[in-house]
Design a protein around this ligand. Structure first.
Ligand code: ATP
Length: 274
């Protein structure tokens, strides 16, 4: 049985100009421990789908269930990481994580909560920076705090909305490895749904890649299964035939609209070259 299931989902917003259908006919099954990426052009409803799983947006048609139960709102079984980190600027690295753990794990003892926070700060390599405020650390470090915080509250489902979008390529590469390391240490039991614009990132991390059509009224265009062996190593997988096939496929699905027609370059009167 699938763990997260989206059935015939439509999400419409009321706007001053009337009803706006962001996504429709969305059907998606996600297994426990799977990593699934959602990819598509800007405005096609990727965040809207994530927000529906997160319980921040309610479908206007269809259902979203986790283990067969309809989602009624946000809950501690789902952790969310946004691109802008959403750290509290007046709290240290340690306190940012502790505050979330304290709120989510209410029946856990204070000593155990502190141990959990220590463990995740160590796992993302920030022990030496634990007393710093968000403004005193780099973008990559902030993102590591946000990811450590999400893992520390131990949600069953982790929702990552363009978590690495603002990072440079090198930092992004090491964050991919950190994420998979945390997922492995957790016995690959956490289900991860991620929004991304990055084809290579999607292939490297995912078991399944959901490609959206353009909005409005966007829907799923195709779902690509990624059978590349795990643990994955970027240097090795880029040379595998399956990697190349999936990359080509994703490129053709996403790039067919953005080809440049050379005849469009100059539309002025014909000029003689001398
Ligand atoms: N609360 C809202 N009210 C009205 N329209 C909304 C609301 N939230 C999202 N939309 C619209 O729904 C569509 C999908 O938005 P969404 O943020 O999900 O897209 P996205 O694929 O995540 O985009 P991007 O890649 O640019 O972040 C957009 O046209 C957006 O303007």
């Amino acid at each position: 049985m699938s763990y997260v299931e989206i059935k015939d989902m439509e999400i419409a917003f009321s706007t001053p100009r009337g009803k706006f259908i962001a996504v429709k006919n969305i059907n998606l099954e996600i297994g426990k421990g799977e990593i699934v990426s959602i990819i598509g052009h800007s405005g096609c409803g990727k965040s809207t789908i994530m927000n529906a799983i997160g319980g921040m947006v309610t479908p206007t048609k269809g259902t979203v269930t986790i283990q067969g139960k309809a989602i009624k709102g946000p809950g501690p079984d789902r952790g969310i990481v946004f691109q802008n980190y959403s750290l509290l600027p007046w709290l240290s690295v340690y306190e940012n994580i502790f505050q979330a753990v304290d709120a989510a794990l209410q029946t856990t003892s204070e000593v155990d909560k502190r141990e959990i926070v220590e463990k995740y700060i160590r796992m993302v390599g920030l022990s030496a920076h634990r007393e710093k405020l968000p403004k005193q650390i780099s973008g990559g470090m902030k993102q590591r705090v946000a990811i450590a915080r999400a893992f520390a509250i131990n949600p069953d489902v982790l929702l990552l909305d363009e978590p690495f979008g603002a990072l440079d390529a090198l930092t992004k590469g090491s964050m991919h490895i950190e994420l998979l390391k945390l997922w492995n240490l957790d016995n690959r039991s956490k289900t991860i749904v991620m929004v991304t614009h990055d084809i290579e990132e999607a292939i490297f991390l995912s078991d399944k890649i959901v490609v959206m059509t353009d909005g409005p009224s966007a829907t799923i265009r195709e779902i690509e299964d990624v059978h590349l062996p795990r643990p994955r190593n970027k240097k090795d997988i880029v040379n595998m035939p399956e990697y190349k096939t999936i990359r080509e496929r994703l490129l053709s699905l996403l790039m067919d609209k953005v080809e440049i027609d050379a005849t469009d370059f100059y539309k002025g009167p014909k000029v003689e070259l001398v």
